[in-house]
Design a binder for this molecule. Structure first.
Ligand SMILES: NC(=O)c1ccc[n+]([C@@H]2O[C@H](COP(=O)([O-])OP(=O)(O)OC[C@H]3O[C@@H](n4cnc5c(N)ncnc54)[C@H](OP(=O)(O)O)[C@@H]3O)[C@@H](O)[C@H]2O)c1
Length: 306
């Protein structure tokens, strides 16, 4: 690490935190994050957000909350916006709402949640609970979770959009087995945003879903960018290829995320993040050079050989 970069880290993280970052795992540097427009409005969001499944679900102690508060504080300070949560993620929605309110950063964030219920009344009740949990009068995006009762829930979401209580409407999946139904819904409905799984080693969404989203003018939020831990397992013990430096990648996480956000149809990606170390690492993927088509093929070939 050269003196300048170490100084930047010390200034931004404090010396103690800087020591926790291993050499070669440098995270986001001060400066702007790469953004993409949401096609239906042109509003721009940074390409890396925060996913709240799993780690945020199990929060119980004040220490857990304090750690996530620091993640959110630094995320907002660095220009981060998109937070993806869901009523089915245990404590996540409530914890996110409490911390956002406590930090006073609601206005700078883009809060995305989901509805996963069967029947109109159950959907409305769940959505109203999300407003309370997130402590906000306006939610930026609500998406139908995993195509559950899609037609009914979309009708409710459109009413709420009309009333100005939510800004964007969408659908999500993380199951390739749902892609045919998902694509049918994308063709039949006007949606602001779709959320789908896509990772360097699981690229099925690029065959139909991503090009369809581009054709239909829908924003794309990517879930499971690391396949949970799968990609890190695949490269365990291996150094980054030397050409990763041409993409300004200082870590495997940045390598995996830059592959995703360089897809022309992708608007943003929401890796699960519950530590400042991972936050800074992952935000680094929203800075510097991104792979072009040739480099993306090279990344695919690389992972295919493992
Ligand atoms: N159908 C849907 O709507 C749907 C489905 C799935 C997910 N999602 C959304 O997508 C988000 C992402 O999915 P996910 O969280 O399940 O999986 P993921 O983002 O693919 O992977 C999260 C895992 O990666 C690790 N990680 C994160 N940053 C890292 C870094 N820089 N270096 C090393 N390891 C790192 C985390 O480790 P630790 O465990 O150590 O923190 C965590 O185990 C979810 O949080 C949720 O918001 C939506």
């Amino acid at each position: 690490m050269n003196a300048t970069r170490r100084d930047v880290l010390r200034a931004t993280l404090g010396a103690g935190a800087a020591l926790l970052l291993p050499a070669g795992r440098l995270g986001a540097q001060p400066g702007a994050l790469i953004e993409r427009p949401i096609p239906s409005t042109g509003e721009r969001v940074p390409v890396i957000g925060v996913g709240t499944a799993r780690r945020w679900e199990a929060v119980t102690t004040p220490a857990d909350r304090a750690a996530l508060r620091e993640v959110l504080r630094q995320f907002a300070n660095r220009g981060g916006k998109v937070i993806d949560t869901a009523p089915s993620y245990g404590a996540a929605e409530e914890v996110a709402g409490e911390l956002v309110a406590d930090l006073g950063v609601r206005a700078s964030l883009f809060l995305a949640t989901k509805v996963g219920a069967t029947g109109r009344r159950a959907g409305i009740d769940q959505i109203e609970a999300s407003f309370r949990q997130l402590r906000t009068s306006r939610i930026d995006l609500i998406a139908v979770h995993n195509l559950r009762d899609t037609a009914t829930q979309l009708r409710t979401l459109r009413d709420l959009q009309q009333a100005g209580r939510i800004r964007y409407v969408g659908i999500t999946t993380s199951f390739p087995g749902q892609y045919d139904d998902f694509a049918r819904t994308m063709r039949a409905e006007r949606l602001d945003c779709i959320q789908v799984d896509y990772a360097l080693d699981r690229r099925e969404a690029a065959a139909t879903i991503l090009p369809l989203a581009a054709d239909r003018g829908m924003a794309v939020m990517i879930n499971l960018p690391f396949g949970r831990g799968r990609l890190f397992e695949a490269v365990r013990g291996q150094a980054l290829p030397p050409w990763a430096s041409e993409l300004d990648c200082a870590s495997w996480a940045q390598f995996f995320l830059k592959y995703i956000v360089s897809h022309p149809a992708v608007t943003c990606c929401v890796p699960g993040i519950a530590s400042v170390q991972y936050l800074l690492d992952n935000l680094g993927a929203a800075q510097g050079r991104l792979p072009d088509a040739g480099m993306r093929r090279r990344m695919e070939e690389f992972i295919g050989r493992l």
